[in-house]
Ligand binder design. Structure first.
Ligand SMILES: N[C@@H](CCC(=O)N[C@@H](CS)C(=O)NCC(=O)O)C(=O)O
Length: 240
């Protein structure tokens, strides 16, 4: 009789629902909004390990590529799957929790919308941090006049084509929806009086956010003290 092994494979361990997802990032929203929301909605154990700038230079050397976010999947066997790179982490969580559509067709469309929004928001945050202080206003003006309107135009169009139901694909929440919902607040703040995203101007984009706001866990997360603190530091550090 064949012996049945009781030792789970590494692949099984990575998918175990009892894993604690331990996310290391700075104490602002920055580029981790979508990951944090995906964790909050996962109904699985998670931890947010917020790292200060003082300890970062030491911690940096211990990360896979010298950047955060880093997600450590703490499995019950004691083994840890350590993942860096935002897109990898977002897709890893989406895969585990059914946020990649119902089939391979939908999965690839969702990844495309996710990637487009990731490109926009990464460009915004990274360039504004890396620009010399004097060059920052000009960069932000260019971003508001060119990169952002283009993203808005195409995303509004795709969302309308899907029925303006708050989803990019079909009628089910996906990681692309969460990504867009998580960046709207920053884009709205960045625009200030020069409003580009609103119920009137971009109803289909706004529907993504209002749809997610029907989820009590999301509403609770956004109202939490922790979330408000991340927002305050985001404003202090980036201004939006
Ligand atoms: N390619 C990385 C970039 C992430 C990134 O830009 N991380 C920033 C914070 S938002 C960071 O680690 N900055 C500190 C540093 O580079 O030392 C990814 O996709 O995760």
């Amino acid at each position: 009789m064949a012996e049945i092994s009781s030792t789970p494979s590494a692949a099984d361990l990575a998918q175990d629902s009892s894993n604690v997802h331990n996310l290391t990032y700075f104490s602002f929203h920055g580029l981790a909004g979508c990951i944090r929301t995906a964790l909050v909605l996962s109904n699985e154990p998670y931890k947010f390990t917020n790292i200060g700038f003082a300890e970062w230079q030491v911690q940096k050397q211990l990360t896979p590529f010298g950047h955060v976010p880093v997600l450590r999947e703490e499995t019950k066997s004691g083994k840890i799957l350590e993942l860096a790179e935002i897109s990898t982490i977002e897709q890893f969580l989406a895969n585990r929790t059914g946020l990649l559509g119902k089939d391979f067709w939908e999965e690839n469309l969702i990844k495309m919308y996710l990637s487009s929004t990731h490109g926009l928001i990464t460009f915004l945050f990274q360039t504004s941090v890396q620009s010399p202080k004097d060059d920052r206003p000009a960069f932000l003006e260019r971003f508001k006049k060119s990169n952002l309107p283009e993203w808005i135009k195409f995303h509004e169009k795709h969302l309308k084509a899907n029925g303006s139901n708050g989803h990019y694909v079909g009628d089910k929440l996906s990681i692309a929806d969460i990504k867009t919902a998580s960046v709207i607040e920053h884009l709205v703040r960045l625009c200030g009086d020069d409003v580009q995203i609103s119920e009137e101007l971009t109803p289909a984009i706004m529907a993504v956010k209002t749809n997610l706001e029907k989820n009590p866990a999301y509403v609770e997360w956004c109202a939490s003290e922790q979330y408000q603190k991340l927002t305050a530091s985001n404003l202090g550090f980036f201004g939006f």
